[in-house]
Write a protein that binds this ligand. Structure first.
Ligand code: AVI
Length: 319
């Protein structure tokens, strides 16, 4: 079976499961089709979405130290999971080139389109650099790399992407990463921190409605790919943040009593007025929680970098 077929059938199964559950939910990994990728790019440029700038500033402030920390006698492989447009990573890459450090860059992404664009832009800026894009799911590729590769690996997971996982899933993710790491390998991961709850709510509730469009894109996707008839105007984008648990949650809330039919699932589902579809969690952290996650996964935190406001932190984990 091709990966496209597998993906399409997983999408069908997950949508069916989510919309026939009570309460209803949809998985946030399905936000990211071509339109969703673009909307997420737009989110990253919003003034309210502080995460991107904070991580950019951390890398910019500490890139010299990071380059020294990552370097190794026999060079190293810089592996990035979910590379995106590579804007933040380019700061680090430039520093590595500047310090004449021997490294390969291996961006991993499920989207070939994203990888092609990234490779083209890196080749243009740094023609001599070794870029080896790897298309596929993270662990498939990481396992392959771990098998043939003998150099030190530095694995980058930026953007607080781990925050879209519940804690047990995050621990599982970290454990799987640990399995492909050798003793000298490093995992460099971004974690958005707990802060003034209003700042967090504003980041997921921008006045221009980009986040709303991003959240509703999952309905458009169901319409386009599974022959659904969602009217996204009949749903509200709603964000809540619980400062006790550090969990931000996104919902779509039905404004009216309505029925939605999804032909390819042979499903007609009804929504009561104000019924919800839970679409995403964006977890916020503090050092205690990150320590606990590391501990559960059998990893050690060997360093951390923060922005001056302590809005965001990047941690280095080792086995
Ligand atoms: C990709 N991920 C870490 C983003 C987040 O902050 O949870 C996705 C996002 N959702 C709404 N805005 C951005």
């Amino acid at each position: 079976m091709s990966s496209t077929t597998t993906f399409a059938s997983a999408f069908k199964k997950d949508v069916l499961e989510g919309l026939t559950s009570y309460p209803k939910y949809l998985l946030s990994k399905y936000f990211y089709d071509k339109n969703g990728d673009q909307l997420f790019q737009d989110i990253m440029n919003l003034p309210e979405y502080y995460l991107t700038n904070c991580e950019y500033n951390i890398i910019d402030l500490y890139k010299k130290e990071m380059a020294l920390e990552f370097n190794h006698d026999h060079g190293f492989d810089l592996i990035e999971l979910g590379a995106g447009d590579g804007k933040k990573t380019k700061l680090l890459i430039e520093e590595l080139i500047h310090q004449k450090i021997d490294f390969n860059y291996l961006p991993i992404d499920i989207s070939q389109n994203v990888l092609d664009q990234l490779e083209a832009s890196l080749k243009e800026s740094y023609p001599a650099m070794s870029v080896k894009p790897q298309q596929g799911t993270y662990f498939e590729i990481l396992e392959q790399i771990a098998e043939y590769n003998t150099r030190k690996k530095v694995i980058l997971v930026l953007g607080s992407n781990i925050g879209n996982l519940l804690h047990p899933q995050a621990i599982d993710f970290l454990r799987k990463l640990k399995e492909v790491m050798s003793d000298e390998d490093m995992l460099f991961m971004g974690f958005d921190q707990k802060k003034n709850p209003q700042t967090i709510l504003d980041a997921y509730n921008d006045p221009t409605g980009v986040t709303e469009a991003f959240n509703k894109n999952i309905l458009t996707r169901i319409n386009n790919e599974l022959n659904g008839d969602f009217n996204s105007d009949q749903f509200l984008h709603w964000e809540v943040y619980d400062p006790e648990t550090g969990t931000a949650k996104s919902f779509l809330v039905s404004k009216i009593d309505q029925e939605v039919t999804i032909e390819d699932l042979q499903l007609t589902t009804s929504f009561k007025q104000w019924e919800t579809i839970h679409t995403e969690i964006s977890q916020k952290y503090d050092d205690d929680v990150v320590d606990w996650l590391a501990d559960e996964a059998g990893l050690k935190i060997t360093r951390q970098y923060a922005d001056p406001d302590l809005y965001y932190k990047n941690y280095i984990f080792q086995k």
